[in-house]
Ligand binder design. Structure first.
Ligand SMILES: CC(C)(COP(=O)(O)OP(=O)(O)OC[C@H]1O[C@@H](n2cnc3c(N)ncnc32)[C@H](O)[C@@H]1OP(=O)(O)O)[C@@H](O)C(=O)NCCC(=O)NCCS
Length: 316
């Protein structure tokens, strides 16, 4: 198998159902094969999928989930995670966990590549110390030693074997990561838009606009009492998110004359006429439809409750 056959890439923030199935399958096959990855056998596909879903939904903003994807089939055949230490006095440390490679492609350097990419991601994310643990004397223990991690020691009887019968020892490792130095072209430039943040003055009114009227999907919703602030994460079907914030008494948006900086949100719609008549049924008015002189595409603008221009751009 040539290294080109498998791509190492970040897991999309809103993974496709097939990706979740692949990750669940990967976890189940590791548990089934006796790997020490937190679970007891048998682990059902449904439980494994639910675990991935909740893990992905609650990821810290500095966390990284990488996958190894078979280019030919699109299937995920390996994964590794970087989880920032929770402690406020350890902003430089992250834990590497859930390093799993499907048995069909083991011993072909996939974990070696995943771990290299995890170190790059850690460096890019400003971490300088990585820690991890693994079942002592198992394949992962050998992997980390082979990759130059420093073995600290072992904890006897740390966890149960996947069959739940006996306890096994745990091996602890660390690896310092040299901080990224700005020496030339960026090796991993930003690859897509992740989210855009919008501040509103009336949370319920704007929530209604973005969720019920525009039809965006809610990813998570929270209220921070200390800041009297709502936060609503909304997703478009391609995974790009909009964070809708409320803060007490925000200054009004400067729309006329237009201020520097971010100008408007543009949402792609399949049929602009159909979308405009749908929005009109909610009382949302639009400017006259225009045609982009460069692309020949039709577009127009509506406004959110705080007068933020939202462009509707026809892209069949
Ligand atoms: C541990 C694991 C991720 C390794 O994945 P992999 O893609 O097969 O590993 P690689 O091919 O990149 O191996 C890199 C090096 O690690 C060492 N290594 C990996 N697996 C090994 C094994 N089973 N026995 C001995 N050494 C091993 C070798 O030095 C290897 O280099 P080499 O093949 O040139 O000798 C994989 O076996 C796995 O998924 N196991 C189950 C899940 C698990 O235990 N995860 C660890 C959780 S912390």
């Amino acid at each position: 198998m040539s290294p080109d056959a498998i791509a190492i890439e970040p897991l999309p923030s809103d993974p496709a159902p097939g990706d979740l199935d692949d990750l669940a399958h990967l976890l189940c096959s590791a548990v089934q094969a006796g790997a020490a990855v937190s679970f007891i056998a048998p682990l059902s596909h449904q439980d494994a999928r639910a675990w991935w879903q909740s893990t992905i939904a609650s990821l810290h903003r500095r966390a990284v989930v990488l996958v190894a994807r078979d280019r030919a089939s699109g299937r995920i055949v390996g994964t590794a995670q970087l989880q920032p230490a929770w402690a406020p006095n350890q902003p430089h440390r992250a834990e590497v966990c859930k390093v799993i490679v499907h048995p069909d492609v083991q011993r072909r350097g996939v974990a070696r590549r995943l771990m290299g990419a995890i170190e790059d991601a850690a460096r890019a994310g400003g971490f300088t110390l990585l820690t991890l643990d693994a079942r002592a004397d198992g394949p992962a223990d050998r992997l980390y030693r082979a990759l130059g991690w420093t073995f600290i020691g072992r904890i006897p009887g740390f966890a149960l074997d996947p069959d739940g019968r006996a306890l096994h020892d745990d091996a602890l490792f660390y690896k310092p990561v040299a901080p990224a130095r700005n020496t030339g072209p960026v090796s991993a430039p930003p690859h897509r838009l992740h989210h855009v943040a919008v501040i509103c003055s009336d949370y319920q009114r704007s929530r209604d606009f973005y969720v019920r009227i525009l039809g965006l999907r809610i990813v998570r919703e929270s209220f921070r009492p200390d800041r009297r602030s709502h936060k609503l994460d909304l997703a478009l079907p391609d995974g790009v998110q909009i964070e809708l914030f409320s803060f007490p008494d925000p200054p009004p948006r400067l729309t006329r004359p237009e201020a520097c900086g971010l100008r408007h949100l543009a949402l792609a719609v399949a049929n602009i006429d159909a979308e405009l008549s749908r929005l009109a049924s909610f009382g949302v008015a639009a400017e006259p439809v225009r045609t982009d002189g460069h692309t020949g595409r039709r577009f127009t603008f509506v406004r959110d409750p705080d007068d933020l221009p939202i462009e509707l751009y026809e892209q069949p």
